[in-house]
Design a protein around this ligand. Structure first.
Ligand code: ZN
Length: 483
């Protein structure tokens, strides 16, 4: 039975509050846990709240409503991008102590294969709170994953050696006892600090629980008017975006996104990692306020484009003139006037697909298929891939015959398909350039080792080499074959 709970500090984690309860009341943390938890063997979750004892919950909710406690004193805001329905469900379920948080939110269990996280703190915040309150505490702001700076003090955060883990012991670690090193290391003004400030602001911003805009769609809408989206707003150049993004963040110690496919999944609605979404938004110059309460434009770039083309047609211009005016190809101008497409907002489309929904699915999956084709074809500058219906199917983890029902998607794949010999030529040219770049010996043996091409395949690629390189290089490649 709880008689007294210490005051809850600003931005303090519930875990820290409980740890201070133990420090103030008991010699052993097990006594404290017995008071607080539904089951005395329940461990206290560092980032969230585990099932509480009914009496404890009553005492707590007299001090602060459960929803406010979750929003303001757990790491819940790190999951703000997972989608409206899931977020509401998680909040409700946590407030009512129903499901385990790990079933509600994609919380990393800190398995061995993943990055290990430790409880972090800011040495200057620790000194400051000790002066004001007489004790230090664990703050949320210091424990946002991948952020290593206290933006209030522009100071490096320090790791304790307490691991945050799904299997962490039930112990309640008290900040006052664990924080010994308070020598600050100040950080210089630069990208890492600016990004940390941005992300910390996003984290601390209110969560608009009734906003139903999906974050992937919002980010897509923010590509409108940039070079990463075609004039008509239909084709995303995700490879270019990815390359610019990686270049922009290359100095950063913590890189969330390292693969093109991870970025793609955010734009197609299959990923919502807090840090990654923030990184993309910061890169695209989206303000904190816009990101935390996202709104979609009333009309998409595609709709605006089509309307403008229609107006130009009405004035009697031909498709070539219109194409020049709009910065697109004549066929795009022609198509834009023909079809009256719906705004392509919903990029997800895995859920609730019925047999008669093929057409809708075909339309919705076009962008995703195009992205995957690009990814296979260019492979981020690595060994180029051969785009085939099977390869796309495999990468999207779709059933074998799926594209038999999706003619528009199939057509996109066909645009990337190429004769084997042409693909080999592309691969050979890539390999030749790689060998030069890596300063390795340029010879047939090395080409064979990298590409696995047989001699006759290599020869079959010769007529197509000039599609991908100049005549001189093509000549050099051909001369590599031993006579
Ligand atoms: Zn600080």
């Amino acid at each position: 039975m709880i008689a007294y709970l210490p005051a809850l500090y600003e931005d303090e984690l519930v875990y820290s509050w409980f740890a201070r309860y133990f420090a103030h009341m008991y010699p052993s943390y097990t006594n404290a846990l017995e008071d607080l938890m539904e089951n005395k063997n329940t461990r206290a979750d560092f980032e969230f709240i585990n099932h509480l004892d009914a009496d404890a919950k009553e005492t707590i909710t007299k001090i602060i409503p459960m929803e406010d406690l979750i929003m303001g004193h757990t790491m819940f805001p790190s999951y703000r991008f997972i989608g409206h329905g899931r977020l509401c469900n998680a909040l409700e379920s946590m407030a009512n102590s129903e499901e385990d948080v790990h079933r509600l939110l994609p919380v990393s269990k800190n398995r061995t294969s993943e990055q290990v996280h430790y409880i972090k703190y800011c040495p200057l915040c620790a000194i400051e709170t000790k002066e004001i309150y007489g004790e230090a505490y664990w703050a949320r702001q210091a424990n946002i994953r991948n952020i290593d700076i206290c933006t209030k003090h522009k100071c490096k955060l320090k790791n304790t050696n307490i691991r945050i883990s799904g299997k962490q012991s039930a112990r309640l670690y008290i900040a006052e006892e664990e924080i010994n090193d308070t020598v600050p290391e100040l950080v210089e003004d630069g990208l890492e600090l600016h990004l940390a400030e941005y992300i910390t602001d996003v984290f601390q911003s209110p969560i608009y629980m009734d906003n139903t805009v999906k974050i992937g769609e919002f980010l897509n809408s923010k590509l409108e008017g940039t070079k990463y989206l075609s004039a008509r707003g239909k084709a995303r150049n995700i490879t270019m975006l990815f390359n610019d993004f990686m270049e922009f963040y290359k100095e950063l110690p913590n890189q969330g996104i390292t693969k093109l496919s991870q970025m793609q999944k955010i734009f197609t609605g299959y990923r919502w990692d807090f840090y990654d979404v923030c990184q993309i938004a910061f890169f695209l110059g989206i303000s904190v306020n816009e990101l935390v309460n996202p709104k979609l434009p009333e009309r998409s770039q595609t709709e605006l484009f089509n309307e403008k083309v229609a107006r130009l047609y009405d004035t009697g211009l031909g498709c070539h003139r219109i194409a020049r005016e709009m910065g697109c190809s004549p066929s795009t101008a022609k198509n834009a006037n023909k079809v009256k497409p719906k705004a392509e907002h919903d990029y997800s489309g895995r859920k609730g697909i019925k047999r008669d929904d093929w057409e809708k699915m075909d339309e919705e999956m076009k962008q995703q298929v195009r992205d995957i084709c690009e990814q296979i074809y260019y492979n981020q500058g690595g060994r180029p891939g051969h785009v085939t219906v099977n390869a796309v199917c495999r990468d999207l983890r779709l059933p074998d015959k799926r594209f038999d029902y999706l003619p528009k998607c199939r057509k996109i794949i066909y645009e990337y398909e190429e004769k084997k010999e042409i693909y080999w030529a592309r691969e050979v040219v890539w390999c030749y350039q790689e060998l030069i770049k890596k300063k390795e010996e340029v010879c047939w043996r090395n080409i064979r080792n990298v590409t696995n091409l047989r001699k006759d395949n290599f020869m079959a690629s010769f007529p197509y080499l000039e599609k991908f390189t100049d005549m001189e290089t093509a000549g050099k490649i051909k001369s590599l074959l031993p006579i």
